[in-house]
Design a protein around this ligand. Sequence first.
Ligand code: BYC
Ligand code: FE
Ligand code: FE
Length: 472
Amino acid sequence: MISADRIPNNVDLHLNKRLQRALEHWQPAYIQWWKDMGPQGFQEYHQVYVRTAVSVDPSGWAHFEYVRLPEYRWGIFLADPVVNRTIGFGDFFGQPVWQEVPGEFRNQLRRLIVTQGDTEPASVEQQRWLGHRCPSLYDLRNLFQVNVEEGRHLWAMVYLLHSYFGRDGRDEAEELLARQSGNRDKPRILDAFNEPIETWLDFFMFTMFTDRDGKSQLLSLSESSLDPLSRTTRFMLTEEAHHMFVGETGIGRIIERTCELMKMTGFSEDVRQIGGIDLDTIQKHINLWFSLSLDLHGNEISTNAAAYFANGLKGRAEEAKWTDHLVTEDVYHLHGVRDGQVVEMDVPMRNAMNEVLRDWYVDDCQAGVDRWNKILARHGLSDRLRLPDRKFNRGIGQFTSINCDPDGHLLSDDDWKRRKHEWLPNAADKAFLLSIMDTPIYEAGRFANYIAPPARGVKGKPVSFEYVRTEA
Ligand code: BYC
Ligand code: FE
Ligand code: FE
């Protein structure tokens, strides 16, 4: 079923020899990057039961088998074209979509594609040590599944760069392998992608909240007038859904186990004493990764975003659900900061497109938190988890200059410095998490004490299946 091509694809790569050669030239550099910066210690002697995309139809992209990670078949897959697709928003509304990049939008499009592409390898780099602390083989496999698919997302963007941006695109493709998460001289472009992910609580929060920014950005790029960009991001979204599943169920299973442990102690003791993760620590990590991921949506008021919308490069999530696709008259009512105070302001809607997408994102996150709270309710607990206020802990946009608590109340600089670790993980929290994750669990069917097993295994396999096996 898997094609014999060096680069599996559904874009007839063999018909374009120049492009094929360029990508085959990039491929060894990619594999070298994967070995150097991908999952550490699991490249040579381990076989992982992963899903490989072999085509875009529902049966074709759910192909499961054991592979050694560097031998994963990273391919180029675009969702099927929509016949007679027209531009869905902005100044060119109703015109045919583009199969080539218009010269006047070349720089803007390249920038969007590079920014998107940069996050994919960045996340693999951030997560590369987690295998040594895994809570089970099931989770280890999920980590690697996410990692190989982020690698494929990089391929998706590199394909566009090589196909439509000539020399510049090839240079950018090389740069995507040269920047490194957290590197002082050559960091990744967006901030949240330079934070190391050292604990599995962070990993699950990242896949819940930061991969969900992937979802909102990919949804908005899938509206693009540049049809190949739209088609490639549409297919990426199918893989993205699994990443958020890993995050949401990962945290859900931790909550489940925490509730069990609390019950065992008769609700009298700190669950940390018996190796569980207390709800307070979970809440702090929600606060951290939600606020970092809000930043990823850019400034509330943005002329970049207005230009992307006007030019039809980047739309809103689910653009078809809106009635007005030109958005020349509307204003958006938002909160901003003036002289250190939070004020309400009206902004031309096009300039507020980052905030419009952020609204979509916050709702999508809230639905996930509601599902977590059902677990607490089912165990008869009155505690609830929640999203912090949007103004909390922001590093990009209007609220960067002020300090707020999770309820959105203003704090002085001193109060913030004194109190921020009531709401954000501190060194002791991290040390505790590392201590309970110190010993990885590599025995099939066993789970670390702080997390419940999943409701079911992968692709009909039992939970106790050997999802990662070591070669003799
Ligand atoms: N960090 O006008 P603004 C994913 C810069 S995640 C650092 O608001 P814009 C994934 C900005 O570049 C999805 N810098 O900018 C998840 C600009 O710089 P200049 C990734 C930032 O362009 C998990 C300046 O501030 N995809 O796929 O409207 C695992 C002015 O800002 C940040 C995309 O991001 C930041 N957070 O908005 C794996 C889609 N925010 O011009 C994968 C493509 C802003 O002053 N990117 N700046 O030099 C975009 O659409 C936009 O670039 C952004 C920024 C929404 C990110
Ligand atoms: Fe991705
Ligand atoms: Fe993802």
